[in-house]
Ligand binder design. Structure first.
Ligand SMILES: Cc1ncc(COP(=O)(O)O)c(C=O)c1O
Length: 910
């Protein structure tokens, strides 16, 4: 491995490498400034500094701050041996970069004294922190033209503007792509007619980080096409950015695709001021938060309250002698913004026409849907809304059984028949993976041969799962639509709201894929491919491509915005990309939305959804990339530290995903020998991938179970919160709020726990050691096998012998207490031995794992009882420890059998 490659392998991304270089330069130059070392050491410091300047020039090329000119000026200090000044400058720049200070004080960028003291003094005098961003100019400018562009743009700035920008100029198509990948500050791109293609700056140091960009080969295209291609790539890679195109081609000669790919086209002859004003206007449009702003404005208006809500404006709180601490805790603004008004500048969520309508439209554009609806009772409610909107009693829904319970309850409410799909089990850690595509297709064929496929309305899958398993959304949709071109997809993306903001993740989301497939199926190239594909099929072979004349793209995704982005608790969204929404589902959707939405939705929550949208538009890419980076660092740290790996290991991609679903063979993101393995290829190709931000720690070797580890070790001793455990694992997550400090704190806590475990071990006597070994054996080896879904009792089967059950009938049958009885868990197996069929009359949901092991109407299998007996958790919803399992009485099942046989005959006839 070359030196540079080795360097790159150490760092997960260019940001880490960049900061490391600056920090090392800071150390080397301060050594030089001290000047007390031996000659040989000075020589070494000089050589190190020279090399670091060389490396940094290759990287800094893509950033406006500190910028190549400043970097060269600083390097000249080294050449002139002005070590003291050099060390100060390097230290200032490093500090600005590490603290992000330069972004709060953009004016300082134009000055050479960047010292933190000066910056702080400036802030105190001038007050405001500005919103800083960078504009990428792509064109063949000479150095002089570039300098003139910068100077002229600087002249156009007006004092006290809220937004301020730096300029990054790239001369080639490839360099522009690299800048877009590396530089989080870029918010607008100006492409000048016909940039050249190839970069002259791709060096071994940056190469590992731009593999995706290098795969995009447009070298054979005419230079005049490159600008528009860049515009369309930005729409895919970073669609939130404003893009502008400068050309000489008259409007009549411009291709439609060029016009569509840019926000605005400028002519070379046009004034630079116009461009400047348009750039700033573009930013201020995205900065708008219609509902949050309306709420702020409303809160400042003097208002007399003569309707509901005594706490509105704090009236019942601040005057109270008994609850004024409540007011003090939340602050006055919270109460000034509490109102039940839907007019006076505010809006109604149930029929929005003003700021809420606008806020939802802005969210729609940000998340790439056709319609977006805010939901104020979490994804639990969002899921029920979508289910009720799209399926009616008697329809069939294919659904992963270990999905969130809201879907099961949604099925009860809607009266649709679930066909349960089993995820592959990860026995060793008492977890489920995800549903293999093969199984989905097999079930579809089974339904087809029973004449029931036409009844199937929806495929519902969890993407990603709590543990981080992510589907190949595109492949699933393609192959399912090839069998059933009108299938509706509901992707439960409760844990995936953040995924829309960086390409690797985005390509595995419902909205992005819906858009991509709809475009693909409309193209003439696809039609040709399809004809060829159909022609090549052998007799009996299933098509893998959908018929372009029949396929309809109908995709819904529900997301708990509050779980992974900035939003108050319960803030969720429903995103819709449904070609048939207006024609087929809008009215039922609105009915379902009315059914579940409060007439008094929480305004603070809605405002937070609006503000959260602004955040991801400006910094989603940066924050998501950084949370992935921190997750990667944590994964590598735990698995690379011998002290930690004595007790813990972070479960790898290989632990979670069997090899047949990992076509690229990626086993883990980091290995000690080769450093970082890039995730790009696996995320493009593999059937399942693991979201690195979900970090599952195997704690089996500590001898402590997951629940105890969470409460007694992490929470009580270190105040570290997590929310998922299994018998022998705990799950950590990084998110857009995770800091480097918190990752260090967690690593430290784990080190301390490892020390404490070492000490405990030393203090044990022989008998205690034996007990401990037994516990470890039980946690690591005696894992209860996870049960599959058994089957619906024939009293509740939609059609005898065909997958699909009448959950609703079973659920409501148990509303009469005479229909069920309890049987103690340890009596279940003996009862079964005596040929009794036990049928659940309620959902039974143990936490963890948190999904129903039994649903109403399901036959209780021996595996399920063994699993429940082996579980050592105390929280099992639907199960009474004192009474036992609630099952239907046998006499009731006989009666129900006759009723349901009549129904089934008529259903089968239909
Ligand atoms: C997959 C999945 N869907 C939906 C939900 C419900 O989301 P919320 O808490 O926003 O109601 C959860 C909650 O954990 C979940 O894990």
């Amino acid at each position: 491995m070359s030196k540079s490659k080795a360097k790159s392998a150490t760092f997960y991304n260019i940001g880490q490498l960049r900061l490391d270089c600056w920090n090392k330069l800071k150390v080397a130059t301060s050594e030089l400034a001290r000047g007390t070392q031996a000659k040989a050491d000075i020589k070494k410091c000089l050589a190190t500094s020279e090399q670091l300047f060389k490396d940094l020039k290759e990287v800094e090329h893509y950033f406006a701050f500190p910028g190549l000119t400043r970097l060269e000026n600083v390097e000249n200090m080294l050449k002139r041996a002005e070590f003291m000044a050099l060390a100060n400058k390097v230290s200032d720049i490093t500090r600005q970069l590490v603290s992000d200070g330069y972004r709060g004080n953009p004016e300082k960028l134009d000055e050479d004294d960047l010292s933190i003291e000066k910056v702080e003094a400036h802030e105190q005098v001038d007050g405001v922190k500005k919103n800083y961003f960078e504009v990428l100019f792509v064109g063949d400018e000479s150095k002089e033209e570039e300098a003139s562009l910068r100077a002229r743009l600087k002249d156009l700035r007006v004092a006290n503007e809220q937004f301020e920008y730096g300029v990054v100029v790239q001369h080639s198509f490839q360099d522009a792509l690299i800048a877009l990948l590396f530089n989080y500050n870029i918010q607008a791109v100006v492409v000048k007619y016909a940039p050249s293609y190839s970069s002259e700056n791709i060096t071994p140091i940056i190469e590992p980080y731009i593999q995706n960009a290098l795969k995009l080969d447009y070298s054979s295209h005419e230079e005049t096409d490159l600008g528009p291609i860049l515009g369309s790539l930005i729409k895919t890679l970073r669609p939130e950015l404003d893009t502008y195109y400068i050309t000489d081609t008259s409007l009549g000669n411009l291709k439609d695709s060029t016009i569509k790919n840019f926000k605005r086209i400028f002519y070379n002859t046009e004034d630079l001021q116009e461009l400047h004003l348009t750039i700033v206007r573009g930013i201020s449009e995205r900065y708008q938060t219609p509902f949050f702003s309306a709420l702020k404005e409303y809160s400042q208006k003097p208002t007399g309250v003569f309707h509901a809500m005594p706490i509105s404006r704090g009236n019942s709180v601040f005057k109270s002698r008994w609850i004024n601490d409540f007011g003090e805790f939340y602050g006055r603004n919270m109460f000034l913004a509490e109102t039940s008004a839907t007019t006076g500048g505010l809006d109604s969520l149930l029929q929005p026409t003003g700021p809420l309508k606008k806020a939802q439209e802005m969210a729609r554009d940000t998340y790439g849907s056709k319609q977006t609806f805010f939901v104020t009772n979490g994804t639990s409610t969002a899921n029920k809304i979508v289910m009720q909107a799209l399926v009616k009693p008697g329809d069939v829904v294919m659904i992963d059984r270990d999905c969130h319970k809201s879907h099961h309850y949604g099925l009860v409410l809607s009266g649709a028949y679930p066909v349960y799909l089993d995820s592959y089990p990860i026995e060793e850690y008492s977890m489920y993976g995800a549903v293999p595509l093969e199984q989905i297709k097999r079930k579809m064929l089974q339904l087809e041969s029973a004449g029931r496929l036409s009844k199937v309305k929806m495929l519902l899958l969890t993407n990603c799962t709590f543990d981080g398993l992510v589907y190949n959304v595109e492949r699933v949709m393609e192959e399912v639509l090839a069998i059933k071109p009108d299938m509706i997809f509901l992707w439960d993306e409760a844990w995936f709201a953040f995924a829309g903001f960086t390409y690797n993740y985005k390509q595995r989301t419902g909205m992005f894929t819906a858009n991509r497939l709809a475009t693909k199926y409309k193209s003439s190239a696809y039609k040709k491919q399809y004809t060829k594909h159909i022609g090549s099929l052998k007799v009996g072979e299933l098509p893998k491509m959908p018929d372009p004349d029949k396929v309809r793209i109908r995709v819904y995704s529900t997301q708990s915005t509050h779980k992974t982005l900035s939003s108050f608790r319960q803030g969720s969204m429903i995103h819709i990309w449904d070609e048939d929404f207006k024609r087929k589902s809008e009215s039922t959707f609105l009915e379902a939305y009315m059914t579940h939405t409060s007439t008094s939705p929480n305004y603070q929550m809605l405002a937070s959804l609006d503000v959260g949208r602004r955040q991801v538009q400006f910094e989603g890419y940066e924050l998501v990339e950084k949370s992935v980076e921190l997750a990667m660092v944590l994964r590598a740290k735990v698995n690379g530290n011998p002290k930690l790996s004595k007790y813990f290991d972070v479960l790898t991609v290989e632990d979670f995903i069997p090899s047949q679903y990992r076509q690229t063979g990626l086993k883990e993101y980091f290995d000690k020998k080769n450093g970082w393995n890039r995730m790009e290829e696996a995320w493009e190709l593999d059937e399942f991938v693991l979201d690195p931000t979900k970090i599952t720690l195997n704690i089996g070797r500590t001898g402590v179970d997951g629940d105890t580890f969470k409460n007694k070790y992490l929470m009580d001793k270190f105040n570290i919160q997590i929310n998922k455990t299994s018998r022998n694992t705990v799950l950590f997550m990084t998110n857009i709020g995770t800091t480097r400090g918190s990752v260090t704190y967690l690593t430290n806590a784990l080190l301390k726990i490892a020390d404490a475990l070492d000490e405990d071990l030393l203090a044990l006597n022989d008998r205690e050691k034996e007990i401990r070994e037994k516990r470890i054996h039980s946690l690591t080896k005696e894992v209860p096998p996870l049960p599959d879904f058994s089957y619906f009792h024939h009293s509740f089967q939609a059609v005898p012998g065909v997958p699909g059950g009448d959950l609703r009938a079973a659920y409501f049958l148990a509303y009469n207490e005479d229909n069920y009885e309890y049987i103690a868990l340890n009596e279940c197996l003996p009862a079964m031995e005596k040929n009794r069929t036990l049928v659940a009359s309620t959902f039974v949901i143990p936490y963890p794992p948190g999904f129903p092991v039994l649903v109403p109407g399901q036959v209780v299998s021996k595996e399920i009882i063994r699993f429940l007996l082996a579980l050592d958790v105390s929280e099992i919803h639907g199960y009474r420890h004192d009474l036992g399992l609630r099952v239907f009485k046998e006499s009731i099942l006989d009666r129900q059998k006759t009723v349901s046989a009549m129904g089934a005959t008529s259903r089968a006839k239909k």
